[in-house]
Design a protein. Structure first.
Length: 117
């Protein structure tokens, strides 16, 4: 009977840890959704840049050089990509902050676990 009570206590403690971890993840998810949108915007900017670069290359082969409009389109596409890349730095800082938050939370939990023993 004592063994069953011990297993029950272990399962309850495990359930509590899982619930705490789920709450931590739930707190992080909204921030990550916004960052995912930034990554998708970067992907779109890269695809746009690749399309424009292909058009410029075709004009280069056909006419010996790109049109003025194509050169301007390429410049704008590069600027958009660089703007999106600036957002990535913010994204990396946020991820590092989230990771450190999770690390500090898990170290606190480890300390609490060792205190319980």
């Amino acid at each position: 009977m004592a063994q069953l009570e011990h297993e029950r206590d272990d399962l309850l403690a495990y359930r509590q840890r899982v619930e705490e971890e789920a709450n931590q993840i739930s707190a992080v998810l909204p921030r990550l959704k916004g960052r995912l949108l930034q990554v998708q915007q970067i992907e779109q900017a890269l695809e746009n840049l690749a399309d424009i670069k292909e058009a410029v290359d075709q004009q280069e082969r056909a006419n010996g050089g790109p049109s003025r409009q194509s050169s301007e389109d390429l410049r704008r596409a590069v600027e958009r990509l660089l703007e999106r890349a600036d957002a990535v730095e913010f994204f990396e800082e946020t991820v590092e902050g989230i990771e450190s938050d999770l690390d500090s939370d898990s170290s606190l939990e480890s300390d609490e676990d060792s205190d319980e023993r």
